[in-house]
Design a protein around this ligand. Sequence first.
Ligand SMILES: NC(=O)c1ccc[n+]([C@@H]2O[C@H](COP(=O)([O-])OP(=O)(O)OC[C@H]3O[C@@H](n4cnc5c(N)ncnc54)[C@H](OP(=O)(O)O)[C@@H]3O)[C@@H](O)[C@H]2O)c1
Length: 268
Amino acid sequence: MNKKIGIIGCGNMGEALINGFLSSSLVSAEGLFGCEANQAKAKDISQKYKIDMTKDIAELVKISDVVIIAVKPQIVPQVLADISKDINDSKLIISIAAGVTIKTIEAALGEARIVKVMPNTPVLVKKGMSAICLGEHANDKDKELAVQLFLCVGEVVVIEESLMDAATGINGSGPAYFFYLMEKLIDAAQEHGLSKEDARRLVVQTALGSAMLVSQTDEEPVTLRQKVTSRGGTTEAATGVFEKAAVGKIVKDAITAAVKRSKSLSGG
Ligand SMILES: NC(=O)c1ccc[n+]([C@@H]2O[C@H](COP(=O)([O-])OP(=O)(O)OC[C@H]3O[C@@H](n4cnc5c(N)ncnc54)[C@H](OP(=O)(O)O)[C@@H]3O)[C@@H](O)[C@H]2O)c1
């Protein structure tokens, strides 16, 4: 790619993007720049990935064709104020900050080309799921570029901004739901005598295998579940307990709570 990419905030997510971009060879180290407030972190990133790091946010924006905002949401207003005078329509702005709407960014930057992305933590191992939406002034090439960039760290869906709160409740927070279930399964396995190490291995590989089975076949999760469930067997004994406790409703209520919270954080 012949575009220069600048990343503001090289913490967990920013570093995962740097790692993903460079290992995909889509972006070269010469075409990637970082701006990081934490100087120890900045030094570490520059040594590890051999990219130029700057303290000067305006300098980063000037040299970048694509500016990725990857600071915590509460820092975003300051970052927008710092970069606004150097933004023009030659630059694409990509924000991954949760709860910061395109409208908020446009209010600070004017008629800028903006793409908003909701990634999730598995981007750290290039198995992320990112939902992408476009601002009014972003074009098809911007969409293509954003999709290409986030494919370096996993999968991508392009949706309307009005659906971003729903996506946040599913893919943004989603890893925590699966971790929660895994946590409880590991506890239960230990209660039934397995060692912590064996319990973890049994649970993690079962989760990984199940996700891969769903992703690599055309079958729906419900069909795959039915195939594991023989009448009167162990799976039916367990899923019967789920049904009795109305786990399906609990999951729906939990997602509704997450989506509602996302809406309130983004001012909706
Ligand atoms: N983690 C997730 O699951 C997830 C999912 C989707 C979206 N996101 C979004 O991703 C963004 C980053 O999250 P994160 O977990 O990567 O946060 P993080 O680890 O705290 O990284 C942000 C980095 O930016 C630095 N920073 C602060 N102010 C700066 C400035 N003005 N200029 C340059 N760097 C600055 C911080 O340094 P200091 O520590 O010194 O302040 C920190 O190293 C957030 O907006 C979050 O909403 C996260």
